[in-house]
Design a protein around this ligand. Structure first.
Ligand code: SF4
Length: 271
């Protein structure tokens, strides 16, 4: 089934952000074609309808660049996270170039930008993404292509994402890998974690890690994806994640691999 696009107007472009290190968030789209099975953005957006059609319906904020052009002259400078509840380089961006227009405006007005994506389309904007003004984060949950396709069906394959990190790092841009969400019994084993952290070591990137977040609607969306991999796991997830042991062990495993490979790492959210 194809993706349904709706073009909408927006009232604001820069929204205050409570996320670590960010002053504002900027989301050119509502919804995301990458359709990750674990995505909790619908819950953040409190949108049940969007949750039910996640990955298949995207609202495009057609005038966001014009709104942003006004706001950069009226708001205090601060770090802008692009994006926080959508992927700024999902396929529609190739055609409408809203992310490109917005980051160009932000760079011209000296707003530092923190980009996060799972798409190699970001390489298109290499001419704009300069060291010091930008940092680039790429989410890599696993280097296993088949597992990534199952969990993140619309995103670029993991080796293409690794290539993104390596290319920006070579250009002198500050790079980081978001290793998450870590899902019990799916991508939490030593080998899987080590393969992702090895990319951080090669590219001198920092690792930010996080566990699966069971916000509203996540379990329902995970069920069909995980049932074939691990029958019965979805029912056990609340209990596994609810106890402290799982996460303590994973944190210690990640820290130990990072320390051995000389990689800086920290939990993405204090927990
Ligand atoms: S890329 Fe990010 S926003 Fe898009 S579906 Fe995946 S987790 Fe959600």
């Amino acid at each position: 089934m194809g993706v349904q696009y709706t073009f909408i107007s927006c009232r604001t472009a820069l929204s205050p952000s409570g996320l670590p290190g960010l002053t504002y968030s900027l989301n050119p789209y509502v919804g995301c074609e990458h359709g990750c099975a674990y995505c909790y953005s619908p819950s953040v957006l409190k949108d049940k309808q969007l949750a039910e059609s996640w990955g298949r319906a995207v609202r495009v904020k057609r005038d966001i660049a014009e709104v942003l052009a006004f706001e950069v002259n009226h708001k205090n400078r601060g770090v802008v996270g692009v994006s926080t509840v959508t992927d700024p380089y999902q396929p529609i961006e190739k055609t409408v170039e809203l992310t490109r227009k917005c980051i160009e405006i932000l760079a011209q007005h000296d707003f530092p930008v923190s980009l996060q994506t799972k798409s190699d389309l970001i390489l298109r904007d290499s001419d704009l993404i300069a060291p010091k003004k930008f940092d680039v984060g790429v989410t890599i949950t696993t280097m296993d292509r088949d597992l990534a396709r199952l969990l993140e069906p619309g995103a670029s394959p993991p080796d293409a994402r690794a290539q993104v990190i390596e290319e920006f790092s070579e250009r002198g841009v500050d790079t980081w890998i978001f290793l998450g969400p870590i899902i019990p019994e799916i991508n939490d084993d030593e080998k899987s974690l080590r393969e992702v952290i090895a990319i951080a070591a090669r590219s001198r990137s920092k690792i930010l890690y996080d566990r699966l977040n069971l916000r509203q609607w996540v379990l329902e969306r995970l069920q069909p994806a995980l049932e074939g991999e691990r029958p019965g796991l979805v029912e056990r997830l609340p209990q596994i994640l609810g106890g402290g042991t799982f996460w303590r062990e994973i944190c210690s495993r990640i820290k130990s691999i990072c320390s051995a490979l000389g990689v800086r790492c920290e939990a993405a959210f204090l927990s």
